[in-house]
Design a binder for this molecule. Structure first.
Ligand code: ADE
Ligand code: ZN
Ligand code: ZN
Length: 260
């Protein structure tokens, strides 16, 4: 019993990662349904037997601790008080999520790369296009993308980042309940959403963080936990649905264009 309590306390102090496994799996399943036959065949050949895009969509989070150099690859800290992304300012070392998406996209067609490495490159790409659609993975308020913001979320003490990774999504229904409607809506609007560059998509996520994630946050006394209530949730849920729909459509567009 004591051991569990200690583990729970340690786990509560660690920063949280990305969309939880449910969010990444939804993005991968939505994208899979929008792949061309050619892209689907190449994905299957790269990933190998008994492996789907959904089944490896959270692998990058599983290796994040053992491969410390990959930790910054999951996000880009665009300051919340700046109007635009500036790669020189926000990604000076080229190790942020936006630079890595481009690196791994190019690697998929690089004949010099060995199959095992290409498999990892595809697993990273699938995960990172999901991550960059979580608004707090494209934003920072000098709070590690909301990891340092204490909140009270329906009776539970947690942090703002975790609420946006998985807390809100977890209250929206099961993965199987969400998949049908999100996949249909994603396919319906895919053409419109696939316009623009990966940098444009990051700016959209950043704008959503400005307007909704931080913009609608109740004001509280310094140090007090911020209450995330039903009114906040009601505005947040449509944004989360749309970010997952966009991520799925855009992952498909990137793979369809790259794996011909
Ligand atoms: N660590 C620092 N900034 C972060 C962000 N925006 N998202 C996730 N982890 C972070
Ligand atoms: Zn996260
Ligand atoms: Zn991640």
């Amino acid at each position: 019993m004591r051991k569990f309590a200690v583990i729970a306390v340690i786990a509560g102090c660690l920063p949280t990662f990305a969309w939880g496994p449910e969010g990444h799996s939804l993005v991968a399943r939505i994208a899979d349904a929008q792949l061309t036959p050619a892209a689907r065949a190449r994905v299957a050949a790269i990933l190998g037997p008994d492996t789907t895009m959904a089944s490896i969509s959270s692998w990058a989070d599983e290796v994040r601790r053992s491969r410390a150099n990959t930790a910054p690859w999951h996000y880009i800290d665009i300051p919340i008080d700046k109007p635009h992304l500036d790669m020189a300012r926000d990604c000076p070392k080229g190790d942020c999520v936006i630079a890595k998406i481009e690196d791994f996209r190019k690697a998929l067609n690089d004949a010099a790369i060995a199959p095992a490495e290409r498999r990892e490159d595809l697993m990273f790409l699938i995960h990172f296009i999901g991550d960059m659609h979580q608004p707090l993975h494209c934003s920072d308020n000098k709070d590690k993308g909301g990891n340092d913001v204490h909140v009270e979320f329906f009776g539970r003490r947690t942090n703002l980042h975790s609420v946006w990774d998985s807390g809100l999504l977890g209250r929206m229904g099961t993965e199987d309940q969400l998949f049908g409607p999100l996949s249909t809506e994603s396919a319906r609007r895919a053409r419109k959403w696939s316009k623009g560059t990966v940098e444009d998509w990051a700016e959209q996520a950043h704008k959503a963080a400005q307007k909704m994630v931080y913009g609608r946050l109740p004001k509280v006394a310094a140090g007090a936990p911020v209450p995330i209530d039903a009114a906040y949730e009601k505005r947040a849920d449509p944004l989360i649905r749309q970010q997952i729909e966009k991520a799925g459509a855009r992952l498909a567009v990137v793979l369809n264009a790259t794996l011909r």
